[in-house]
Design a protein around this ligand. Structure first.
Ligand code: ADP
Ligand code: ADP
Length: 226
């Protein structure tokens, strides 16, 4: 578990576009935070800055109370799950999950045990030797989650992971995500434009609009207040 703090974080893209105007908030250890807002409001930019995939123009990002602005993405103790799964098509499910761990030079027995554990958690035991092309959309997204889980990160980042799935699968995977969060006790930061998804998943919701954080609160605070 880890806390994540944004201290007056701004992002201006090289073309001059100001995508984030000054985000200030703290995510607590083990919290399930959902960043919600319309397309283009800067959610993904914020998430990518936490991941280290995008430079911070101004301000500081802290993970576990340490500034990570200049820390390499691979050393931030985070794992990110993308909307389009980002799986390697020529590799099996097992190889996809092992890839990042091999790069860290983890030993084979530990890699195997982490993959078994993730496969059990995500009900992928029977699919480990298949390639992504032989899986359904829901299964592919579970593999993408598996690839994050095996790293045992302190913070999980999700960028609209369910947006490409049909409504029934979305509902099912929402429940699985909630259960996964409970089981791991890790900090989850989840981006979506879907308010229903935000309501059903979040401990606290951060509402963004036009590059700005508008409101932060529990689903009850934000949507049920008269
Ligand atoms: P969201 O995730 O809320 O849909 P994004 O963070 O993807 O929003 O994008 C926020 C704004 O920044 C959008 O207007 C988008 O077009 C713009 N943007 C995103 N990436 C770049 C980039 N590399 N260069 C310039 N503008 C960008
Ligand atoms: P351990 O000392 O085994 O890490 P924990 O209480 O931290 O004990 O974890 C309980 C179980 O959950 C263990 O099997 C552990 O491997 C697994 N686990 C812990 N953190 C994560 C994580 N971020 N992702 C996946 N599995 C995890």
């Amino acid at each position: 578990m880890a806390n994540v703090t944004l201290d007056t974080v701004r992002k201006t893209y090289p073309n001059g576009y100001k995508a984030v105007h000054g985000a200030d908030f703290q995510i607590r250890d083990g919290e399930f935070i959902v960043l919600v807002g319309p397309s283009g409001c800067g959610k993904s930019t914020l998430l990518r800055m936490i991941a280290g995939l995008e430079d911070v123009t101004d301000g500081e990002i802290l993970i576990d109370n340490a500034v990570v602005n200049d820390v390499d993405p691979a050393r931030r103790d985070i794992a990110m799950v993308f909307q389009n799964y980002a799986l390697y098509p020529h590799m099996s499910v097992r190889q996809n999950m092992a890839y990042g761990l091999k790069n860290q030079r983890m030993n084979k027995a530990e890699i195997a045990s982490r993959i078994e554990e993730a496969a059990r958690t995500l009900r992928l035991e029977d699919y480990l030797e298949r390639k992504p092309g032989q899986l359904s959309g829901g299964q592919r997204q579970r593999v993408a989650m598996g690839r994050a889980i095996v790293r045992h990160p302190k913070v999980f980042l999700f960028d609209e992971p369910l947006s490409n799935l049909d409504a029934k699968l979305r509902t099912q995977l929402r429940a699985e995500l909630k259960a996964l969060h409970k089981r791991l006790g890790a900090t989850f930061v989840y981006v979506t434009h879907d308010q229903v998804e935000a309501m059903s998943l979040a401990d606290r919701i951060i509402i963004m609009s036009a590059g700005q954080v508008e409101q932060i609160g529990t689903p009850m605070d934000l949507y049920l207040r008269p």
